[in-house]
Design a binder for this molecule. Structure first.
Ligand code: GLU
Length: 484
């Protein structure tokens, strides 16, 4: 059997992390089985669907590397197909027009609640006579079309994630609306459960892998497959993504859409790697870093967990930092340059290139997110730096003045400042002054950067030296040591 799976987002918002994670699992499943991955945009809700959301979804999937083999298909362009299916169901006597008004339905549900029963449609218009129908039509009532669901039916499937799942027909809320705003001649607006089944049949979907929030739709859809005389695909319901308090991750948790993560400076391969781990792990659970292609090789849908997957920012940061730390320096530099430019830093991509790559090499090990490089690089793009409180305190210490004076003096007779000569200069100062090396190093850092923490000091010094800013800063630092 050819594996054919799909991701079917509704363009009523930006690409959500939950949808993207479902896309990841579908993509991995398709690639693992040399199958097809299809993109279908479920835009039948014309009021809530927006073209910019469709674009955001397409961009997000592309950015993540979740390439699709067919599509995007748009449900809004396939209305005829859904109309045909509704007609077939009506002709087979498996669906019917229901003329209940919203007020009647409300009254029915209130009465059920008052009796302590679960609210449901009581199938009251299942067997209307032609005269009754004509009377409702004459009143101007707009019917919906309902699909018959027998209370006595048991629906059961072997879920790819959750093993056997069984539902009783009586728990499905009565005959289901499959189209709204119909008339005796027009099938009206087809609804989710119907269109999804019609499309999955038409697109020959073999495995429906989707979020657990759809599990209640599956028994209804299985009945529709049967009614339309189609083979039922396999189903797999993936766990929800939860926030730290165990609730479904939602807009209230702040960042939830893929473009937000992109804006925050996460790398696509890192984010997609992390999403793969949200509810799945390879047999070798110690392996946590892999590309999509590597994950596809070992992906087994049966290893997806039933329990909700907690979203863990620390873990995502860790995964992202691993990708940043191992990214080739020229590539990382290419990614940082636009961020530095956007921050207003002056740089010449041509002449400064070697220097920029040197700076990238220095900062890379301490980056967690791409954007961290903006703040961390500030000192290298700002000729005039204020001295922070801690740096001032350091410079006011007894030995700071002598340490800086010795280094500055040594610099005068130094033919060239490089890693080697810089180290020698520091060691000489240490010897001459009889102080601990740390004293000299801390004073140097405070003077050079205005801060007391930062990346490798010698490299920092060399980078600033190449800009022509190191010595003026050391002098400025020294003048501060003598001020009260
Ligand atoms: N359009 C549905 C959603 O965005 C997906 C339906 C499905 O996967 O069956 O949740």
């Amino acid at each position: 059997m050819t594996v054919r799976v799909r991701i079917a987002p509704s363009p009523t918002g930006n690409l959500h992390i939950g949808t993207a994670r479902t896309a990841v699992f579908n993509w991995l499943f398709a690639r693992h089985h040399q199958g097809q991955f299809i993109l279908r945009v479920e835009d039948t809700d014309l009021e809530r669907s927006q073209p910019q959301y469709t674009q955001n979804i397409i961009d997000g999937l592309t950015w993540l590397g979740l390439t699709w083999d067919e599509g995007p298909f748009f449900q809004s362009e396939r209305m005829d197909l859904y109309g045909q299916a509704v007609k077939t169901l009506l002709e087979r006597g498996l669906a019917y027009h229901c003329y209940c008004t919203p007020a009647e339905l409300d009254a029915m549900r209130d009465a059920q609640k008052a009796r302590g029963e679960a609210p449901r449609y009581d199938n009251r218009h299942r067997n209307l006579t032609p005269e009754e129908k004509a009377a409702f039509e004459a009143e101007g009532r707009k019917p919906v079309i309902r699909f018959k669901i027998e209370d006595s039916r048991e629906i059961s499937w072997q879920d790819l994630v959750r093993d056997r799942v069984t539902w009783q027909g009586r728990d499905l809320g009565g005959d289901m609306v499959i189209a709204r705003a119909a008339s005796s001649t027009d099938i009206g607006q087809p609804l989710y459960n119907l269109v999804v089944v019609v499309d999955d049949i038409d697109m020959q979907i073999s495995h429906v892998i989707r979020g657990e929030d759809h599990i209640g739709n599956t028994p209804k859809q299985i009945l529709l497959y049967e009614a339309l005389g189609a083979a039922v695909p396999e189903f797999g319901h993936t766990p929800l993504i939860l926030n730290q308090t165990g609730q479904k991750l939602s807009k209230r948790d702040g960042v939830t859409s893929i473009s937000d993560f992109q804006d925050m400076g996460f790398l696509a391969p890192a984010l997609v790697n992390y999403m793969t781990l949200l509810g799945w792990s390879p047999v070798d659970a110690a392996q946590e870093l892999f590309s999509l292609a590597e994950a596809a090789q070992v992906f087994e849908i049966g290893r997806v967990t039933k329990a909700g997957a907690k979203f863990d920012w620390d873990k995502l940061d860790w995964v992202n930092s691993q990708y940043l730390h191992t990214m080739p320096i020229p590539e990382l530099t290419d990614r940082l340059i636009p961020l530095w430019k956007a921050a207003g830093y002056t740089l010449d991509t041509q002449t400064d290139r070697p220097w920029l790559e040197q700076l990238t090499t220095l900062l890379a090990p301490s980056l967690t997110r791409l954007k961290d490089a903006v703040e961390q690089a500030q000192v290298f793009f700002t000729p005039e730096r204020p001295f922070g409180e801690e740096a001032q305190a350091q410079l006011h210490q007894d030995s700071a003045s002598a340490a800086l004076a010795t280094v500055l003096e040594g610099l005068e007779s130094l033919p060239e400042l490089n890693a080697e000569s810089a180290k020698t200069l520091i060691n000489q100062g240490v010897k001459q002054l009889g102080v601990k090396k740390g004293v000299v190093m801390r004073s140097l850092r405070a003077a050079l950067t205005g801060e007391v923490h930062g990346p490798d000091l010698i490299e920092t010094w060399l980078l600033l030296h190449q800009r022509g800013w190191a010595t003026p800063r050391l002098e400025q630092g020294r003048s501060l040591t003598t001020q009260p």
